[in-house]
Design a protein around this ligand. Sequence first.
Ligand SMILES: [Zn+2]
Length: 500
Amino acid sequence: MLIENIGRLYTPLREGDKTTVKMVEGAVVYIQDGRIVFLGEKREFESYKVTKLQSSPPVSPPQSRGEEAWIPHQVRDDREEGRGEIDKETPLLFPPADSRGEARCCHVSSLDSTSVDRQGVSPTAVGTPDGTDRETPLMSPPTIVGGEVIDAKGMVALPGFVDAHTHPAFATTREDEFFLRNQGKSYQDIAAMGGGIHASVRKLRELPQDELTRRIRERYDRFLQHGTVMIEAKSGYGLNWESEKKSLQAIKDAAIDHPLTVVPTFLGAHEIPVEYKNNREGYIRQLTEEMIPLVAKEKLAEGCDVFCEQGVYTPEEAERILQVAKKYGLAVHIHADQLSDTGGAVLAAKLGARSAEHLDFISSDGIDAMIQAGVIFNLLPGAVFFLGLQKYPPAREIIDRGGRVALSTDFNPGSSMTQSLPMMMTLGAIHMGMSAEELLCAVTINAAQVLGREHEVGSLEVGKIGHVGLWDIPNLESLPYCYGMNMLDTLVVGGKVVRK
Ligand SMILES: [Zn+2]
């Protein structure tokens, strides 16, 4: 697939511990076998095609398998395209190692500078593949057949978004409760009326697995509609083995042959189930001695999460549960310091968690500990907004001190009924003082790192999976600026258009 005539392309780039956002005008992205094989200016693409043809002429076009091939074609003049005018001085956007000069970028901002060697982050090869000769005359540039060509019509291209914290495995929505809360009813009032998380647990336990799978799949569709190509999906409304297993299985089944990539997380420690109200120890033993070993054995989830909060799980209980999860090879995440500083962030650092979530009340020590340990700050401003709270997590301070911030929706029926990451970007801009570039990194490369997928997704680079969102806006700043509107025009997932 060729995506051409992109107005502005923005992507995070990682070099060691540094993350920058680069922008190019008039970009072209070429995706083959699901991966980006070329990314750069239009003029460079013409050279790339010529070089590619000269160095490795197509042997036998595998069109029978629906793949693309290069063939010689008539001369096309760049200048007639209105973009990519010949400018010998303009270097490549992402220059190969031996190229001259700096990349031409309108926005280059260093977004973090932590000294921690991030786990497994290695710079992905970017740029025009080796061998591109910029002096190659554009004598008979070939064109592409057999593959789709998308005219981006001057729109903005961004990496497909990653939502690293969602709770999609719920039975029903809770809009009645939303209104009760807004009219002044307390959480306790609502719980007494049969609402709250325990209502979700009751309904989920009753719902047959195939119906749950169907409902989750519809929710997956909606993530794509908002530009998200990968999510983390938690269980946590079952709170017993039968229903937690049903949830994790439904999360997996709903993702079969679905364009959305789903990374499941076991959240059996979302609450203490009502039947264990007077026997917390009994439920924690079930979690650590039965459920977590089974989740690992049956490969039902990649990660394990605990809701560490006053009135839910204490830091000591969370540590006990998550140490077992680690022992079984599950990645560690923690709902931490959402409503009060319980020391959850410090615990996340101690455990070497991939991420700690919420962090509205994180302490200064907690920030330091997480930065030192290389834990991602996965902030969820949607929950603050939707619950009508005032205190947003201190993203500005975290970033200024060198922390790496992701933003996720926390999609769930109780405290954040949204699947829109652009809306989270708006909240991050208004309430957390984040720049447009920081917001982009927060919903792409940093979120991908929460899921251990930063080598595959989260940026537009040669070698990565071809996930590209085309947004009907003139620049990156316009995405958080246009709040409550869906500006997505086209979503390309692994080189295929899934939403138009
Ligand atoms: Zn959550």
